[in-house]
Ligand binder design. Structure first.
Ligand SMILES: [Fe+2]
Ligand SMILES: [Fe+2]
Length: 471
């Protein structure tokens, strides 16, 4: 059954029409962020992936501001505005693009031009005094949509239109036009369930990959040996890409989580995209680029699903956050702070500056992981410790099994890896690499003494010697 909207296109621009317009804009921006969140790991081109990662956060940020203004306009009457199913239908269609090139075309030829038109219509039609607050808001937001359109068109160049692509875009255009049709859906229930699972992160074809079970890219001295500095940056870059991808899917696969959860995930996606740009630049400055060493997607592929968790479940989401954000990024708080110190005075000011900035963002990432893990566990901190223990035990077991298989089938390679580790230890005077605990950073990130005791008991970080007091 198709039902026309209560506010028709001919209605004069009073507060009701303005609120409807803001509601539509907010939904379309939110749904665009949802589509992008699902697609980030599926885009092989790394430039386009990173660009869209940043656009995802901008879209949900605009949706947040638009919703706040809409709520301001509906307040006196306490009206809850719905979303016509037609809006969901067009955005879900865009999400069903057959590949990332067609997705980029749908965004740059249908969604963003359509959104720009809607922003402009509101600006041109609304009461400039009565609705001055919306005018101020929309004028500020519109350039962001225009630049998304331009930048993504640039980052994802089209190689001629196939007939399948043309018909997909034609349908998208027709659905956009009929988006005000269909029965009303409550705004909070107007996104859609994931269209597919994405257990492996896409990369450009032809890149050499780290073998599963191998120790990845190993460096003997990542502070003093120029090629090892390149290896260090290259490994870090892979971590930025994969964390961006995992956080994006966390949002997409759980549309029923609170709005703030999606904002936090999107902010992290954007942070990781920015970190990737920083790492790419540091590599370039040293004559390297991504792909010069074997690339790894294990921090996405290995943390996407877990044997004991039902695919797509909240337990799976919880385990991803506990392992990636609260454990691995917790360790990053330690190692980044340590790295900033030990690289000072080695002529690597650009790396020190980048790592120092990344360290600040990491506090937010761990804090977000703690907040939303606790949310899923009804704020039960004992349960969080126990769940982290179970997730890590399972994960470590799975990694050890994979390692054993690799060593069995690649004995020589496994031996060569151990020799590199040994050589590293020799250069450090017989000591394994240390990772002094960054207690202040951890506490600021919302980890407590029990979380700290847990990581110390696992031996992944060591209690840092206390700083000399100066007395
Ligand atoms: Fe990062
Ligand atoms: Fe991070």
């Amino acid at each position: 059954m198709n039902v026309e909207r209560t506010v028709s296109a001919n209605e004069p621009w009073g507060s009701a029409r303005a609120a409807e317009s803001l509601n539509e804009l907010a939904y379309l921006e939110r749904a665009t962020a949802h589509v992008l969140a699902g697609w980030i790991p599926r885009i092989p081109d790394l430039g386009a992936k990173v660009e869209l990662g940043q656009r995802l956060y901008q879209a949900i940020d605009r949706a947040t501001r638009l919703s706040a203004r809409r709520d301001g306009l509906t307040r006196a009457k306490a009206t809850e505005l719905d979303v016509p199913r037609g809006c969901q239908v067009v955005m879900r269609h865009v999400d069903s693009a057959p590949d990332s090139t067609v997705l980029a075309s749908a965004l740059t030829r249908v969604v963003w031009p359509g959104l720009i038109e809607l922003y402009r219509l509101h600006l041109a039609s609304t009461d400039p005094l009565g609705d001055a607050e919306s005018v101020r808001l929309l004028s500020g937001l519109l350039p962001g949509v225009s630049s998304a359109l331009e930048k993504v068109a640039e980052a994802a160049p089209r190689q001629g239109t196939t007939s399948a692509e043309s018909s997909f875009l034609e349908e998208a255009g027709a659905l956009w036009k009929s988006r005000t049709q269909g029965p009303p859906l409550p705004f909070d229930d107007s996104l859609w369930a994931p269209l597919s699972r994405v257990p492996a992160a896409a990369r450009p074809p032809g890149l050499e990959r780290c073998e599963p079970g191998s120790l990845g890219i190993l460096a003997v001295d990542s502070v003093r040996e120029p090629e090892d500095v390149g290896r260090f940056l290259h490994s870090d870059l892979d971590e930025e890409y994969t964390t961006m991808e995992l956080m994006a899917r966390n949002s997409y696969e759980h549309p029923d989580m609170p709005w703030q959860f999606h904002l936090d995930m999107a902010r992290q996606v954007s942070d990781e995209a920015r970190h990737a740009l920083m790492m790419e630049e540091l590599l370039r400055a040293r004559g390297f680029q991504h792909g010069d060493f074997p690339v790894s997607t294990s921090s996405y592929d290995g943390l996407y699903q877990f044997g004991p968790c039902e695919p797509g479940s909240r337990k799976e989401l919880l385990w991803r956050m506990l392992i990636r954000q609260t454990f691995m990024e917790g360790l990053a708080l330690d190692s980044l702070a340590h790295d900033v110190k030990r690289r000072a005075g080695t002529g690597q000011d650009d790396i020190v500056r980048a790592l120092d900035y990344i360290l600040r963002d990491e506090v937010f990432h761990v804090r977000s992981g703690m907040r939303w893990s606790a949310f899923l566990l009804g704020d039960d901190r004992r349960a969080l410790l126990q769940e982290r223990y179970e997730a890590m035990t399972w994960q470590t077991g799975a990694a050890e099994e994979m390692r054993a298989r690799f060593a069995e089938n690649n004995l020589e390679k496994a031996m060569a890896e151990l020799e590199i580790l040994e050589e590293g230890n020799r250069r450090r005077g017989g000591k394994p690499p240390d990772r002094p605990l960054n207690r202040i950073g951890r506490l600021q990130a919302g980890l407590d003494e029990d979380d700290i005791l847990q990581v110390l008991s696992w031996g992944d970080a060591t209690e840092a010697p206390s700083e000399p007091s100066g007395k």
